[in-house]
Design a protein around this ligand. Structure first.
Ligand SMILES: NC(=O)c1ccc[n+]([C@@H]2O[C@H](COP(=O)([O-])OP(=O)(O)OC[C@H]3O[C@@H](n4cnc5c(N)ncnc54)[C@H](OP(=O)(O)O)[C@@H]3O)[C@@H](O)[C@H]2O)c1
Length: 323
């Protein structure tokens, strides 16, 4: 089958290890199902894997991809859930210390077919396009849990999103706007800031700019470059929900004093549960949300999509059509 896979890793030149070519079809195994993908999407996770972060070299070659939607063996249209728990785990799979994401231990979704545990699919609403469905498994699921499960902010509250253009960031803006939050965003880029307004942000600011008011929560995926600004932007008792550190995980100032003095909460957040993914799919349909898609291209042209993400050019999700 055609797949985009990591054949090698390089911290400085991630594209050098990417191959778009043939891989063996996935083997059927008890309790698992094979999904024939119709669309898949890219996450920064796939770039980290090519840089050698989170994917041990002895697991190569590895088909990349956590996002996907397609048709399972029973003919159901499904969205793939990328969090694979260890055998016998019960409860919230994101808390399983031995859970993996697709493409970390098992081949991922940037392929014509993917094998997943039979429980790792949720129904794709009939009215939802394949491209939309393919956006939801990772960045959108992460945004859903950050905002609705972990921020503690009620509708009407003010939420700041750092780095407006990213996949998680655009999902946060669209979900928050649909749910009645006042969404503010920062971007390094004026044009991306303007687009953030178009998709539902109430106000946008340059990265690091002082805000007119303190916010109830900050959604952080940028990391080192924005950490101080996130801490300084919160009201006393406010919450930073962090799910990524694209610019590095060691900020120049950890801001420990401000964190305890202002009694801030720092909440780590990773992916979401299968139930949250199903709920997210229903919300997207119910609220008429159309996830912002940066670009759509066939899987055979996956290298161009990866290059956009490595260059930091994306606004929304990079989607690949399959078949
Ligand atoms: N924990 C989880 O479950 C989980 C799930 C999904 C993603 N993540 C992580 O979250 C991060 C974002 O993922 P993504 O897929 O949304 O990536 P992405 O689409 O590549 O988004 C990254 C965004 O961050 C901003 N940014 C990057 N470098 C920056 C810098 N030096 N200074 C300021 N802003 C910067 C940019 O926004 P502007 O250009 O607008 O400034 C960019 O659009 C990644 O690190 C990823 O690994 C974690």
């Amino acid at each position: 089958m055609l797949a985009a896979y990591a054949a090698a890793q390089s911290a400085s030149d991630p594209l050098s290890g990417l191959v778009v070519g043939e891989r063996p079809d996935p083997q059927a195994r008890p309790g698992w199902t094979v999904v024939r993908l119709r669309a898949a999407a890219l996450n920064h996770h796939d770039v980290w894997s090519l840089r050698g972060v989170g994917l041990p070299a002895d697991r190569l070659p590895m088909v990349l991809g956590c996002d996907g939607a397609g048709v399972d063996e029973a003919g159901n249209e499904v969205i793939v859930h990328a969090v694979v728990p260890s055998d016998g785990w019960r409860g919230d799979e994101t808390l399983d210390p031995r859970r993996t994401l697709l493409s970390e231990l098992h081949d991922g979704t940037l392929a014509e077919q993917v094998a997943v545990p039979a429980t790792n699919v949720v129904p794709k609403p009939g009215s939802m396009s394949w491209e939309t469905a393919a956006c939801l498994s990772t960045a959108w699921l992460t945004a859903y849990r950050m905002l609705f499960t972990n921020s503690g902010v009620q509708p009407g509250g003010t939420v700041l999103v750092q780095g407006a253009g990213g996949g998680v960031a655009t999902a946060l803006i669209q979900l928050g706007q649909a749910a009645g939050y006042r969404m503010w965003a920062t971007s390094r880029d004026e044009a991306k800031g303007a687009r953030a307004l178009d998709i539902g942000a109430d106000r946008v600011f340059a990265s690091g700019e002082r805000l007119p008011d303190r916010v109830d929560a900050v959604m952080e995926t940028v990391g080192a470059a924005t950490w101080s600004h996130s801490v300084n932007s919160l009201r006393p008792g406010g919450t930073i929900v962090i799910s990524g550190a694209t610019s590095g995980d060691a900020p120049a100032k950890a801001e420990l004093t401000k964190i305890f003095f202002k009694q801030l909460r720092v909440v780590g957040s990773t992916m979401g549960t299968q139930q949250e993914l199903a709920q997210l799919a229903r919300l997207v349909v119910q609220a008429g949300i159309e996830p912002v898609i940066d670009s759509v291209r066939p899987l055979s042209e996956a290298r161009d999509g990866f290059a956009r993400m490595v260059d930091g050019d994306v606004f929304g999700k990079v989607v690949f059509t399959v078949g």
